[in-house]
Design a binder for this molecule. Structure first.
Ligand SMILES: [Zn+2]
Length: 292
């Protein structure tokens, strides 16, 4: 994402107030249902003017600086209906999954960031320590409680996802209810008190009955459904036969490099892999290329 999040400056209320008055300041907008989407000439998040900068909106959410100009988050559920109607004119609201499928990678990342921040503020108006109403701080990166002084931050839930290999085979599983022939590498949330490596080993053992060795971190991806961080690993195994054990997976088995290659090329209907925007797809591609 080509956005300077301005971590140092955003704590300065006077700097934020000045940005709100600047001519070049823009916003991207979303409601609880999804992001405001422009489809002409190509899918993008429209940069709109802030509805009423002179009204002195007291708790703006700054996404960052884009080409030196401030970019704020605008909550369509909080603006007056004529403003909302004019913003929606010739545009529509698209759910994040739908928007993510048509937007470029950069715009998709911005959409996820926008929704994650707006949803967190929407769901956390009160202090979880004392129950008092909290206020936005740091340009939207935290909320502060005026009664007890507690500071609250948006939470991110870590999840691991792992390409388990056995020489020329990779372990893929499918959930009941997925489209026919759809498979993915295994994933799951990290439990309290667990290291990432332990989470990898536990998930694979629980879901497939396979013992892994040497999990190694590869890459990560924010995953906004609802607010996870996917931590991508590779691991080796002894190649024993997997079995779906905990009821989570409908099927889990080894696929050969040839089978995966056909699926990546779109040459088969026997195996469908996750979409190209996902870390799951990336890890499978890296494994297939022998880049893991
Ligand atoms: Zn409090």
């Amino acid at each position: 994402m080509a956005l300077d999040r301005a971590p140092a400056q955003r704590a300065d209320p006077q700097w934020l107030a000045r940005l709100l008055r600047e001519r070049g300041t823009r916003a991207v907008a979303a409601s609880a249902e999804g992001v405001l989407l422009d489809e002409d000439p190509s899918p993008a998040l429209p940069r709109v003017g802030l509805p009423d900068p002179e009204a002195g909106e007291s708790d703006p959410i700054l996404l960052g600086l884009e080409d030196g100009r401030a970019l704020f988050a605008l909550d369509l559920d909080a603006v007056q209906s004529p403003v909302r109607a004019s913003l929606l004119s010739g545009r529509r609201i698209a759910a994040l999954r739908e928007a993510g499928a048509v937007l470029s990678q950069g715009e998709g990342g911005l959409a996820a960031y926008l929704m994650a921040l707006l949803n967190w503020h929407r769901r956390h108006p009160h202090c979880s320590v004392c129950g008092a109403a909290t206020a936005i701080a740091e340009g939207g990166y935290s909320r502060r409680c005026p009664a007890c002084g507690a500071t609250h931050f948006p939470r991110t839930d870590p999840a691991v996802i792992v390409a388990v290999g056995d020489g020329d085979r990779v372990l893929l599983g499918r959930h009941a209810g997925w489209p026919a022939a759809q498979y993915s590498i295994l994933a799951g949330f990290v439990s309290p008190g667990e290291s990432l490596e332990e989470a990898v080993a536990r998930e694979v053992l629980e879901e497939a009955g396979i013992e892994v060795r040497d999990p190694v971190f590869v890459t990560s991806q924010p995953w906004p459904f609802p607010s996870s961080l996917m931590l991508g690993f590779k691991a080796d195994s002894d190649g024993s036969e997997p079995t779906a054990r905990d009821g989570e997976l409908e099927d889990v088995r080894w696929f050969t490099r040839d089978e995966v290659g056909s699926a990546l090329a779109g040459d088969t209907t026997d195996l469908r892999l996750p979409p190209s925007v996902s870390i799951s797809r990336l890890l499978v591609e890296l494994w297939w290329n022998k880049d893991l």
